[in-house]
Design a protein around this ligand. Structure first.
Ligand SMILES: [Zn+2]
Length: 351
């Protein structure tokens, strides 16, 4: 059995990047053009490396290979089609490989992707917004393709957006297809830029976009709205709109994940006698009963009265912590009462 890792000279833990790098190196080393005195052997090695690469660079094939060591289903390297090999090479060398031209391949450009830039917006939301998953309209400044722009067909690629070159070499017909760098693959170029547009034919526009705030979202979380970013020059794929949520603090509630914390102040009589208290929550008022003789820092847990989880079904809790408020000012009568009871054992700590 062939060991693809061995062939490429990488370890089993190699990343896709390592695998690509290793393959590039071997492809250069064994490219038949570079081995005029040893063509047959070089070609064989080149194909072997290509076979190994085609398996290890494919997630599914790699998994299968790692598990079962199966190589039979990928065919024999010697039967490989050269066009396929070189088309694959086109892809691999396109991402940042300068020596591509060493082979005399015709491509000297990376694949140019005509894509608009992403837009980032910060949205401030409060706890009510994230409780209900409210919809908000936001104003954004976007670069849009000017409607008055005029295009003409790209004469470098005749409107196809790609440039295909075919070279005949001793190992076969070699075809490379690359994105046309002149029109960035769009097949058309700007013929007339309106006065108010920039070099790429883009103008700044204000747009209002409705955003559904995700239920229960956390501070700093992001949401990507596909293709709502800046337009691409020549009308390619627009960038994305990235929304970052800033959850504003609430004066009554502190948030820890989906739980809400509330501090409930009680007067001395309330704490001693017990009472009913009304609490204003995010969803309305709720009544809670305070038993007589309650202490400070007593936690009352109101199940499912916190924030909804992202799934929208489960809820966190509302945790009420009591604190008995000691007044700083009291009147004469009250003072008398406390002086009278100074040594009353009922006021002292007792388990
Ligand atoms: Zn073109």
């Amino acid at each position: 059995m062939k060991d693809f890792y061995d062939i490429l000279g990488v370890g089993k833990d190699a990343t896709l990047n390592d695998i690509k790098k290793a393959y590039r190196k071997l492809a250069i080393k064994y490219h038949p053009d570079k081995n005029p005195n040893n063509k047959k052997e070089a070609e064989k090695k080149f194909k072997e490396a290509t076979e190994a690469y085609s398996v290890l660079s494919d997630k599914n094939k790699k998994r299968e290979y790692d598990q079962y060591g199966n190589t039979s289903s990928y065919g024999d390297a010697s039967s490989m089609n050269f066009d396929d090999i070189f088309n694959n090479l086109g892809d691999i060398f396109n991402d940042g490989f300068d020596s591509y031209t060493e082979f005399g391949f015709n491509s000297n450009k990376k694949n140019i992707k005509n894509r608009g830039t992403n837009l980032k917006v910060l949205i401030k939301v409060n706890l009510e917004d994230i409780y209900y998953g409210k919809e908000k309209t936001i104003k954004i400044k976007k670069m849009k393709l000017s409607p008055n722009i005029k295009f003409k067909t790209c004469d470098k690629c005749n409107g196809t957006g790609v440039i295909t070159k075919i070279t005949n070499t001793f190992i076969g017909r070699m075809q490379t297809t690359n994105t046309c760098n002149y029109c960035k693959g769009q097949g058309k170029i700007i013929y007339n830029i309106p006065n108010n547009a920039n070099y790429d034919g883009l103008i700044e526009k204000i747009e209002y976009i409705k955003v559904q705030i995700p239920i229960g979202i956390n501070d700093g979380e992001m949401l990507k709205i596909i293709k709502q970013g800046n337009d691409a020059p020549y009308g390619g794929r627009p960038g994305d709109l990235i929304i970052i949520f800033k959850v504003l603090p609430n004066k009554n509630f502190k948030r820890k994940k989906q739980n809400l914390y509330y501090r409930l102040y009680l007067s001395i009589p309330e704490a001693i006698l017990g009472c009913k208290k009304e609490l204003k929550t995010l969803t309305g008022k709720i009544k809670i009963t305070i038993n007589k003789g309650i202490q400070s820092e007593k936690k009352i847990i109101l199940k499912n009265k916190g924030l909804p989880y992202r799934n929208g079904y489960n809820y966190g809790d509302l945790i009420v912590t009591t604190r008995v408020w000691i007044p700083k000012k009291i009147n004469k009568d009250q003072k008398k009462f406390f002086i009278k009871n100074k040594n009353n054992k009922n006021f002292y700590y007792k388990l």
